[in-house]
Structure formats: structure tokens, C-alpha cells
Design a binder for this molecule. Structure first.
Ligand code: ADP
Ligand code: G6P
Length: 534
């Protein structure tokens, strides 16, 4: 099945009720919620992963396997908004061990440059394995013969290997939505060889940024004994392709919202409600310690204190979407952020005039688009971020080319949106300069920067991202690699494309799993807390 364009990959539902395209992600695209009348309903789940995949899955009759957001038995499979949803059950212990523990207290901080120290707990690892197996078994049940199965994100890194053992006929893709860390950090992970073997079970492994792809190739050689050449990765008799696929947004939807008279009217109303200030600064993040909210507030507070921004003419709106509220680090962050917001308002606000509007809430996409239209300066300053879709949404919404985007160098989006005011988010003085410059920029300067970013996004929307990934996955030989593939690989290596002389801190010369286990004990000297840029 050759895939020329995305219309060619509209999946069929196989006659036996199984699917030609199956997506696995920790979360279903919907969460439990209650409507205005207090009745239970489904509401779209937060985060960039769902934002990216939702429009694609809506157009294709594929199946989405994921968690429905509560512990206890799983609802029976159902269709929502045209997507076939297959819920996975998690017990209370699974939620604590697999989701809050191994996924969000170990892997999440470790993969984000350890901006908060990762915690390690052996019991969490058991839950991580068990839940990954549950996902793999569910996919094995619903995937049609030869189906494309697309596994997403850091919660499910063991699934590709497990699924390959269960269903070698499938073509398996994996995409990591967050950064893949530098070798020195990854090697802190107690399950590091197992995770590498899990990921190498895929035919195609995708990353947001070229640096993540490079990190993965090095680790494939060092920890899993894969043969890494310029041509690809050869692992246990199969080709594995690792490539960079920067994720994007539904540009057409964003443009439609931006043109909607109701959204435009709401944007004008927001500005009025804010007191018609000269400058509206906006930030929209999950309330996550990777997002750099504290440094950003500190910079804004100092600009007000020094009179570089006038509190009578400037307003900041910080939307902080509730997230992972059971995890200690998130609770502590919320307290710190709320204290800083109160401090800034206490120092600089007046009666009926607030300096920081802090909204710990979720909004629908129309309200978010209205906020983007209302904002003169958009502050996207994460300490580390796989991509950051908010930055792309802001640029795509600004149809008249105005608006100033201040963007962290440590967000994946910086590789594509280089015309933004790029800034080191750890450097409060640099943040202050960037905010002040952006607030002072005239419309011509804003357009000079915004137009190329908008043109880039029109060419690289979420549809192009998904099509690129799925077309590449579709080219993978299904099942075990043929002898032709092996011959090709050997020929490539013999053609002067020698296996990479990959060197990394974990490398101990050998590559069997016993040797890799040895590597674990021999890397204990690695400095904890090293933060190389990855
Ligand atoms: P992350 O994936 O870490 O949450 P991203 O910026 O990549 O960060 O993606 C966040 C997504 O969540 C964006 O598509 C954004 O529009 C959406 N979003 C942000 N804030 C809200 C909110 N208050 N309510 C609903 N969705 C939101
Ligand atoms: C990021 C992750 C997603 C995750 C989302 C929301 O975007 O990459 O996998 O779904 O954050 O986090 P949550 O823990 O609420 O699912």
C-alpha cells in the first residue's frame, strides 16, 4: 500500500471490525466532565498531543486507545466526535505508579533537562511495565492484519517492543512529543536499556527536534547494541528509522477562528474588560514547572518595579491550565506562582486595575483564539519544551500580521519560528529586555517578524506532520525484515558508511544486554544535575 498523500491514508475499517489505523496515547482525547446542568459529559482533554491528533483522527475512521482520566473500570468502547475510542482501565495503584510516578515524576522531569529533580521508585517501574503491556494487548486485539499502529509519547515507550512480540505483522510507529534527552541525562534512568529496547520495537521512531534524533541514535548503539550507520539503525534483524518530525497545529481551524466575527467581537470585549491598556501581554500554559512561569513573572514584576513598563498601561494575562494536581511538585509550583502573582498585584495594582490576571482554568478553543487576538505580546518562555503549540497557535491566529511573539530558545518551536524574539528563559535580564522590546515594537516590525512565521506554518501544518509520519511508516517493510533489507544494510555499511563511531558517557565497548547492564553500574560517576542542552 503506497501512500502518495494524506487522502490515500484514509483507513478502512476491516470487515471483522478491526482497524487499519490505530493510535495509542496515554489519554483519550476526552475526559470526564459535567455540563452546566450538572450532568456527566465528555470534554476534550488538555495538552498538545490531543490538540495535534484530534483533527486527524476525526477525519479518519481509526481507533484511539487511551485512558479516560479516572481510576476504575473502563467504559465500553464508544464513538465521540467521529473518533472510535477504546478506553483502558487504570486502578488507583496504576494511576499512582504508572501515571503520576514513573511517567510524570521520573520520565517527565528527566526528559526536560531535569529542571526539577526526577524521583525514582522501583514499584513505579512495575506499574509502568504492566500498563504498557495492557496497551500493547489492546492494540493487538483491535489492529487489522498489517495495520499501521502509531504509539505516542513517554508514557508508552515499552509498547512498540511488546506489540512487535504479539503482532509481528504490524507496522509500528512511535512519536515522542517531549524532548529526548542528552545521553548523560538518559543514562540516569534505571530502566534505560528496557526503554531503548521498547522504542526499537518500532519501525519508525519520530522526534520533535534533530537533537533528540541524534541522542536516540547514540543510545541505540550504546545501550541496545544496535548497528547505527548513516543509512539507518539495524536492530535484531530489522531496519529501524529514526527521524525528526516537528509537530504542528491545525492552521485552517486557527484561521477560521481568527476570522469568526464572534471571536473577533470577544477579543475586543476582552480588551475592554482589561481596561483598554496600551499593551496586553498573554501567557498560556499548563501549570507545569517546565513552562518557566516563575521566571516570566519575576521578569514582568521587575519591569514594572523599574518603570520600564507602566503598570497603568500594561496588563498581563496568565492562563495556567490545571494539570497533574495530585503530584507534589505541581502543588508546590502552584503555591509559588500564586504567591508571586499576589506579590506583583500587591506592589503595583490600583483600585480596579490589576497587573496580572491569573486564570487557573480551562477554556474552549474560541475563547483561547479571542485571547490570542487580544494580546499584543505573547510570552512563550518554557525552560524546556518538546515543541509548544501555543506559540504556533498565536502566530497562526494573527491574520493581520501584528503581534509580538517572545519565544524561549529551549522550545522545539524555536527551530522553526526564528523570527520571534528568541530568549534564554533562565536569564531574567534577557527576558526583561525581550518583553520590553516586544512591547515597544511598532506594527511594521511586528509584521516583518510575523509574516515569515505565518508562511512557514501554512506549509507545515498538523496535516503535513501526520502525513509525513504515516507515509514514512507505510514504507516500512511489514513483519520481520527481509533478507533484501539485510543485504541493503550490509552493503550500505560496506560502502564506506561505517557504523558510527558513536561515543557517549554510557559506552563501555560491548553491546549485549549483559554488557549494557554492566554499563549501568559503570556510569554512576556521571554528575547528577548536569544540564547539557539537548
Ligand atoms: P503542552 O503539550 O505541554 O500542554 P503545548 O503548548 O504544546 O503544551 O500544547 C498545549 C495545548 O493545549 C495547545 O493546543 C493549547 O491551545 C491548549 N490549551 C492551552 N490552554 C488551554 C486552556 N486553558 N484550555 C484548553 N486548552 C488549552
Ligand atoms: C503534554 C504531553 C502529553 C500530555 C499533556 C497533558 O502535552 O506530551 O502526553 O497528555 O501534556 O498532560 P496530562 O498529564 O494531563 O495528560
Amino acid at each position: 500500500m503506497a501512500l502518495a498523500n494524506h487522502t490515500a491514508i484514509l483507513p478502512r475499517r476491516a470487515a471483522d471490525g478491526r482497524y487499519d489505523l490505530v493510535v495509542l496515547a496515554n489519554r483519550l482525547p476526552v475526559d470526564h466532565a459535567t455540563d452546566d446542568d450538572g450532568r456527566p459529559c465528555w470534554r476534550r482533554s488538555p495538552g498538545g498531543l490531543v490538540t495535534a491528533l484530534h483533527p486527524i483522527m476525526k477525519r479518519r475512521a481509526g481507533a484511539w486507545i487511551g485512558w479516560h482520566g479516572r481510576s476504575g473500570p473502563a467504559p465500553t468502547p464508544f464513538v465521540h466526535d467521529g473518533i472510535h475510542l477504546h478506553p483502558i482501565a487504570l486502578t488507583d495503584d496504576d494511576v499512582a505508579g504508572y501515571y503520576e510516578g514513573q511517567s510524570n515524576a521520573t520520565i517527565w522531569p528527566l526528559y526536560h533537562d531535569a529542571v526539577e529533580p526526577p524521583s525514582f521508585d522501583r514499584s513505579w517501574q512495575e506499574h509502568y511495565r504492566a500498563v504498557n503491556r495492557r496497551f500493547a494487548e489492546a492494540a493487538a486485539r483491535v489492529a487489522a492484519p498489517g495495520a499501521l499502529v502509531w504509539v505516542h509519547d513517554y508514557h508508552l515507550q515499552l509498547v512498540p517492543g511488546m506489540l512487535r512480540d504479539l503482532r509481528p505483522d504490524l507496522r509500528i510507529g512511535f512519536f515522542l512529543h517531549i524532548p529526548f534527552p542528552p545521553v548523560e541525562l538518559f543514562c540516569q534512568m534505571p530502566m534505560r536499556e528496557e526503554i531503548m529496547r521498547g522504542l526499537l520495537g518500532a519501525d519508525l521512531v519520530g522526534f520533535q527536534h534533530a537533537q533528540g534524533t541524534r541522542n536516540f541514535r547514540m543510545l541505540a548503539a550504546d545501550l541496545a547494541g544496535a548497528k547505527v550507520t548513516d543509512g539507518g539503525i539495524w536492530y535484531e534483524g530489522r531496519d529501524v528509522v529514526a527521524e525528526t518530525f516537528p509537530i504542528s497545529i491545525d492552521v485552517a481551524e486557527q484561521q477560521r477562528l481568527a476570522a469568526d466575527p464572534a471571536v473577533r467581537a470577544r477579543a475586543a470585549e476582552i480588551r475592554r474588560e482589561l481596561g483598554d491598556p496600551r499593551t496586553v501581554m498573554l501567557a498560556v500554559d499548563r501549570l507545569d514547572y517546565t513552562k518557566g512561569i516563575e521566571c516570566r513573572l519575576r521578569a514582568y514584576g521587575e519591569l514594572l518595579a523599574q518603570g520600564r513598563l507602566d503598570p497603568a498601561e500594561t496588563v498581563m494575562v496568565q492562563v495556567a491550565v490545571p494539570t497533574r494536581q495530585q503530584i507534589d511538585q505541581y502543588q508546590a509550583l502552584r503555591e509559588r506562582v500564586e504567591r508571586e502573582v499576589s506579590r506583583i498585584n500587591g506592589d503595583h495594582a490600583g483600585i480596579g486595575r490589576v497587573c496580572v490576571h491569573y486564570l487557573h482554568q480551562s477554556f474552549d478553543r474560541a475563547e483561547l483564539a479571542a485571547l490570542y487576538l487580544a494580546a499584543d505580546v505573547m510570552a512563550v518562555t518554557p525552560l524546556r519544551d518538546g515543541m509548544n503549540l501555543v506559540a504556533k497557535e498565536y502566530a497562526a491566529t494573527r491574520a493581520d500580521g501584528t503581534g509580538a511573539l517572545v519565544l524561549s530558545e529551549f522550545a522545539g518551536a524555536a527551530a522553526e519560528l526564528g523570527e520571534a524574539w528568541l530568549v534564554n528563559p533562565h536569564d531574567v535580564d534577557a527576558l526583561k529586555d525581550a518583553f520590553a522590546d516586544a512591547a515597544a515594537a511598532d506594527a511594521a516590525e511586528q509584521r516583518r517578524r510575523m509574516e515569515p512565521m505565518r508562511a512557514h506554518l501554512r506549509r507545515h501544518d498538523v496535516n503535513a506532520w501526520a502525513t509525513g509520519f504515516l507515509n514514512q511508516l507505510d514504507r516500512a517493510p511489514s513483519g520481520c525484515a527481509s533478507s533484501a533489507s539485510r543485504a541493503r544494510h550490509v552493503a550500505r555499511a560496506g560502502d564506506g558508511a561505517r557504523p558510527h563511531p558513536v561515543q557517549c558517557a554510557c559506552r563501555v565497548g560491548g553491546s549485549s544486554s549483559a554488557e549494557a547492564r554492566g554499563a549501568r553500574s559503570r556510569t554512576s560517576h556521571l554528575a547528577a544535575g548536569t544540564r547539557p542542552i539537548g
